[in-house]
Design a protein around this ligand. Structure first.
Ligand code: ADP
Ligand code: 5GP
Length: 188
């Protein structure tokens, strides 16, 4: 796959379980786009590694990052804090590299205010039932977290559409098709 001609900021959002991580991982493999590693207070899942999937930290450390203005955006999602470290994004944009943020819609809206020329992509499920199935089959959430994520999904899609921030909507039905659509956006 040919690399993007110039550096870009790509923001990918969508409800939990829609396939964002799966897609983002593959897009960064097939293109020059680099995955931005978020900070979070959420505990790691068994297959997650600090520094690869997230920078895992306690609430105090996260709040210090906020106070020191070291986050491009941050939000509380399902009771945990998540945020994008600003410095790697600033350097990538300066050096003409392409960087991919996989963040929730509240965060996407904050980035849109600061950097409206970024590409904003909303990933949507083929149906609510399919979204619930994927979340359940992933097997990472307890009953309360599963329920919260299903409820929040509808609200997140509504908020994203209302904000007008997301220029692209990609349905993740056939995974390969969804990946290729995003690869095209990255490389255009
Ligand atoms: P997110 O990062 O949006 O929370 P994940 O990437 O973890 O979602 O995907 C949730 C689950 O759905 C995973 O088990 C993943 O393998 C599966 N999945 C992703 N895309 C598809 C697809 N197009 N069809 C079927 N299952 C999918
Ligand atoms: P998860 O706990 O499933 O990894 O992520 C939960 C939600 O937090 C997802 O919607 C994900 O996109 C979002 N998220 C992950 N990193 C960030 C971030 O840096 N900022 C914001 N605002 N949301 C994030």
């Amino acid at each position: 796959m040919s690399p993007g001609r110039h550096g870009k900021l790509i923001v990918i959002s969508g409800p939990s379980g829609v396939g964002k991580s799966t897609i983002t991982r593959e897009v960064s493999r097939r293109t020059d786009a680099e995955y931005s590693i978020s900070a979070t207070t959420r505990p790691p899942r068994p297959d997650e590694q600090d520094g690869r999937d997230y920078r895992f930290m306690d609430r105090d450390a996260f709040e210090r990052m906020i106070e020191q203005d070291r986050l491009l955006e941050w939000a509380e999602v399902f009771g945990n804090l998540y945020g994008t470290p600003a410095e790697p994004v600033r350097l990538a944009v300066r050096d003409g590299r392409t960087i991919l943020l996989e963040i929730d819609v509240q965060g996407g809206i904050q980035v849109h205010r600061k950097m409206p020329n970024a590409e904003f992509i909303l990933i949507t499920p083929p149906s609510e039932a399919e979204l619930r199935r994927r979340l359940k089959d992933r097997g990472t959430e307890d009953a309360a977290s599963y329920k919260a994520r299903c409820t929040q999904a509808v609200e997140e899609l509504r908020l994203a559409r209302k904000s007008g921030a997301y220029r692209h909507e990609v349905v993740n039905d056939d995974l390969e098709e969804a990946i290729e659509k995003i690869v095209t956006i990255v490389n255009t």
